[in-house]
Design a protein around this ligand. Structure first.
Ligand code: MRU
Length: 344
């Protein structure tokens, strides 16, 4: 998998500009924390684990601005950068977990000088990247067991290499299954309004020679009724302690349809996507995005001027609709408070 979505190169955070895919594979070099904040906000870097990794590198970028020798002022500065990055997007909890980890590096250290604290922050960021890589591989390993020869999969949005440091969550399962020699095909929902499925997932899967078919989101019911889907696999942005799962808008619709048609519906997500502090999906903040994402196509308006728009970026699938959650620690099945605690 030769897609490097996000990496640190000579003091710069280099990200693939996902707004330009699939037409152009271009990179943005983020040299300061504001550029990273904007990249997260406009979805140049996106997908829950990748947003978390971007947050870690954003903190490193923010360190450059600190001048002086006062340890307390340095710690205040780090906290301020974390608070600022936390305002970029509200739903994917990975960002908040990772900013908490970066903050804890300075908060839990009573003695180190600034130079040592900076070194520790770099180490923490490196660990975050390594953990993400390991988690993707483990999720792939656990999930691939569910893919049979000639299985027909359905997915939404992009939960692949572009959404993580490594090769993805839901798509990671597909890559592992392929590596194990399984033959299967994947239907990809285009994922309105910003077409992460059509633009990003098809691009990724085609690069890996996986048999992929694009569908409009509103074709999923027909496809299932025709008996053409064996399993649904999706990513997640935040999972509550009871298993309720926020993911890209349209995921809930797929889960309802899967239940109706008796098709297994699996979420693939690392531990860093769980928010065990909240008891149910009702407490998950759902990002509302600009109306232009719905009213325009390639910059040109497609609707009458002034039309009202409702544009939530995510929805919440209740736990009872989810057959299982594939994590790096194993598959949580059935999805319940106690099983989540046990597996994680
Ligand atoms: O708005 P996006 O593109 O960041 O939404 C991303 C998703 O909903 C993904 O499915 C989710 O983050 C899982 S990524 C492994």
């Amino acid at each position: 998998m030769a897609i490097e979505t996000i990496k640190w190169v000579n003091g710069v955070a280099r990200i693939i500009d996902q707004t330009q895919l699939p037409n152009k594979l271009t990179y943005i070099d983020c040299r300061d924390v504001k550029t990273m904040w904007q990249a997260i906000k406009r979805l140049s870097v996106r997908g829950a684990p990748a947003i978390g990794a971007a947050g870690a590198l954003g903190v490193l970028l923010g360190l450059k601005k600190f001048e002086g020798k006062d340890r307390t002022a340095f710690i205040r500065h780090v906290r301020k950068i974390c608070d600022y990055l936390a305002t970029s997007r509200p739903t994917a909890v990975n960002l908040f977990h990772i900013l908490d980890r970066m903050r804890a590096v300075v908060d839990n250290d009573r003695n180190s000088d600034i130079k040592t604290l900076i070194k520790k922050l770099y180490q923490e960021a490196q660990e975050i990247f390594e953990e993400d890589r390991w988690a993707c591989r483990q999720m792939g390993r656990h999930g691939a067991r569910l893919i049979k020869n000639s299985s027909r999969l359905l997915t939404i949005c992009n939960a692949g290499a572009l959404a993580t440091v490594d090769y993805g969550t839901a798509e990671g399962v597909m890559y592992t299954a392929k590596a194990k020699g399984k033959k299967f095909s994947v239907y990809v929902c285009e994922t309105r309004p910003l077409l992460q499925g059509a633009r990003l997932t098809t691009w990724e899967l085609m690069r890996e020679n996986i048999d992929v078919t694009l569908i409009c989101d509103n074709m999923a019911a027909t496809l299932m009724k025709q008996g053409k889907v064996d399993i649904v696999l999706t990513g997640a942005d935040r999972i509550a302690a009871n298993g309720d799962t926020a993911n890209k808008i349209g995921t809930y619709m797929l889960a309802v349809l899967a239940k109706h048609h008796g098709i297994p519906f699996y979420v693939v997500a690392p531990k860093s996507t769980f928010d065990l502090k909240i008891t149910s999906g009702k407490q998950i903040p759902i990002e509302q995005r600009k109306s232009e994402e719905v009213t325009c196509f390639a910059g040109a308006p497609t609707v009458p001027k002034g039309v009202k728009v409702y544009n939530p970026a995510f929805d919440v699938t209740p736990a009872f609709l989810i057959s299982g959650i594939i994590t790096e620690h194993g598959i949580i099945r059935p999805v319940s408070v106690s099983n989540i605690r046990r597996v994680l």
